[in-house]
Design a protein around this ligand. Structure first.
Ligand code: LIP
Length: 267
């Protein structure tokens, strides 16, 4: 069975259990230890990231042994079914490391490569966003929707930055041109929570270069089902090159601001 409702129920239960695990581990220590780093010395992994991904894999594939999984911390499992779980066990790992509350467990279910269900759960706030394709998006039991902001100068826009210094310098250059054109910028450090904030109307727009599939899968479905337009530049799909997301009234102006700046390039 690949009914989105069944997949979502399993994902929500699993995300909440993983959220209890990582929050408990964080609150048990004054200072969280970096277990390892990835692309740069600031691209960190904690033991909690790894422990949470192991728990998520055990719960999801224990319940559905034939499924595959793509996890941020290296947990790639080939499956025989049409379902692949796309998992970020802690999205906002640096926030988690520093004890800041903006981090989330993000789990999406893809069937034949299409995201059909997703959950983003913030273990600190207890907020749980969910969506199923074609069925809208929810924050706990409340239906959510994007803001109706239509003017760039009135838009609260979130973004994020990569870990590589050269890319960060380029992203700062893009930001230099964006900042004077919008109401303000927010940089919270978790793509999935940024996308859920957009879907809830707490942000008017979002853009970021360098997102991985696990950063985008669940939050992207939630924002889209909440009414956001999500894409790359010049008709390209949202992906590692660039994610641009906003309500339909604002998206064209945000896209047209970012396109001439080459926000989807490192040069
Ligand atoms: C994070 C993203 C965020 C980005 C951070 C980091 P992680 O993911 O959610 O949008 O700006 O640099 O990549 O590494 O915490 O899972």
């Amino acid at each position: 069975m690949t009914a989105p409702a069944e997949l979502l129920a399993l994902a929500v239960e699993t995300a909440r259990e993983a959220g209890r695990l990582v929050r408990g581990r964080r609150e048990a220590v004054t200072r969280m230890v970096v277990a390892s780093t990835k692309s740069t010395p600031t691209d960190v992994v904690t033991d909690s990231d790894t422990a949470a991904e192991v728990l998520i894999r055990e719960r999801l594939l224990g319940a559905r042994p034939g499924d595959g999984m793509l996890g941020e911390e290296g947990g790639q499992v080939a499956g025989q079914s049409t379902v692949i779980w796309v998992v970020d066990p802690i999205d906002g790992t640096v926030n988690y490391l520093y004890g800041l509350p903006d981090y989330a467990v993000s789990i999406a279910a893809q069937v034949d490569g299409r995201t059909v269900a997703g959950v983003v759960h913030n273990p600190v706030s207890g907020e749980t966003w969910t969506a199923m394709v074609g069925e809208g998006a929810w924050l706990l039991d409340r239906r959510i929707g994007v803001s109706g902001c239509a003017q760039l100068s009135q838009a609260l826009v979130a973004t994020g930055f990569g870990y590589d210094a050269r890319r960060r310098a380029r992203q700062a250059e893009v930001l230099r041109h964006v900042l004077p054109r919008v109401r303000d910028i927010r940089r919270a450090g978790s793509a999935s929570l940024d996308l859920c904030a957009l879907g809830t109307g707490r942000l008017d727009g979002y853009y970021e270069r360098g997102l991985a599939a696990w950063d985008l899968a669940a939050g992207g479905l939630i924002a889209q089902e909440a009414g956001a337009v999500i894409a790359g530049l010049r008709g390209r799909p949202a992906g590692p090159e660039l994610v641009v997301a906003a309500g339909p009234e604002l998206f064209p102006a945000l896209h047209d601001l970012l396109e001439p700046l080459g926000a989807d390039r490192d040069d």
